[in-house]
Design a protein around this ligand. Structure first.
Ligand SMILES: Cc1ncc(C[n+]2csc(CCOP(=O)(O)OP(=O)(O)O)c2C)c(N)n1
Ligand code: SF4
Ligand SMILES: [Mg+2]
Length: 259
């Protein structure tokens, strides 16, 4: 069954918002997986958090829901536990995944829960109009940090890799083709997949030029262990590597539940 887009809601993101690029990549990945027989659309559950990113679940036309802010990930784990036949994906903001509710992503990685998490990382609370998030860079000026943020941003990669994530990747929304490939690989992966997608917010924190100059696709395959993966994903001075850093198979939380 192909992805039917005939009845989706009206798109209300700001014109030009890079969330639209993630939406296109997500639709293309889901359609490709359905066409190849890897995924049944009727078995796909697409959850989202509360934030601008969260509207994406309205625009996919799959089984979808939005969770309480900061509580998407335990909802996804519960859904997968209840029905192992479902493919469970979640689109979540940097505020939703890394600020309020940070503990959930760590425990999902630790359990190797068979859910796929896509973080729309725009380094800001966009829906609530531009406050600093735990991803905002030091010095970021906003309504809550008028003199500039005095905090260093949170880096999820070392935390999630050391917690047990079995798939870790970073992408850039502006590169739809590669984002689509990474989403496909993350959905195919059996176990916990973590993909951080850099997604500028053109209204409250327009980082398009900043990232265009700094992101690059690294050569070579994923690392053979989590410590090497931490090296691969590290920002090298001003340069920001993109790609799949880690992809290994381990027993999942859900498949061990009924043993
Ligand atoms: C429990 C709870 N706390 C706080 C809020 C207010 N709130 C709504 S969206 C949001 C931040 C959204 O930021 P992010 O998750 O990064 O998503 P974005 O809008 O940037 O896509 C906050 C704090 C809420 N709705 N519910
Ligand atoms: S506020 Fe930012 S993230 Fe939200 S729709 Fe507009 S550009 Fe996109
Ligand atoms: Mg955000």
């Amino acid at each position: 069954m192909p992805l039917n887009l005939s009845t989706i809601s009206k798109i209300t993101w700001c014109p030009g918002c890079p969330n639209s690029q993630i939406l296109v990549a997500m639709r293309q990945a889901i359609s490709a997986l359905a066409d190849s027989g890897t995924l049944k659309i009727e078995n796909l559950v697409a959850g989202a958090g509360i934030g601008c990113h969260g509207k994406i679940s309205d625009y996919l036309n799959t089984n979808a829901f939005t969770a309480l802010h900061g509580r998407l990930i335990p909802s996804l784990t519960g859904i997968k536990c209840a029905n192992h036949d479902l493919t469970v994906i979640g689109m979540v903001g940097d505020g939703d995944a890394y600020s309020e509710g940070l503990e959930h992503i760590i425990h999902a990685a630790r359990r190797n829960s068979d859910i796929k998490i896509f973080v729309h990382d725009n380094q800001v609370f966009a829906l609530t109009q531009g406050q600093a998030s735990s991803e905002s860079p030091k010095g970021f000026k906003s309504k809550t940090t008028p003199a500039g943020s005095i905090e260093e941003p949170f880096d999820a990669f070392p935390v999630l890799l050391s917690s047990g994530a079995t798939f870790a990747a970073r992408s850039y929304a502006g590169d739809i083709a590669r984002t689509k490939s990474i989403i496909e690989a993350a959905i195919k992966h059996k176990g916990f997949s973590f993909v951080e997608i850099i997604q500028p917010c053109i209204t409250f924190f327009d980082t398009r030029d900043y990232f265009k100059e700094r992101v690059f696709w690294r050569e070579g395959g994923p690392a053979e262990n989590q410590f090497k993966a931490m090296e691969l994903c590290k920002k090298d001075g001003e340069k920001i590597p993109l790609g799949i850093f880690y992809n290994v198979e381990k027993p999942t939380f859900e498949e061990q539940l009924l043993k």
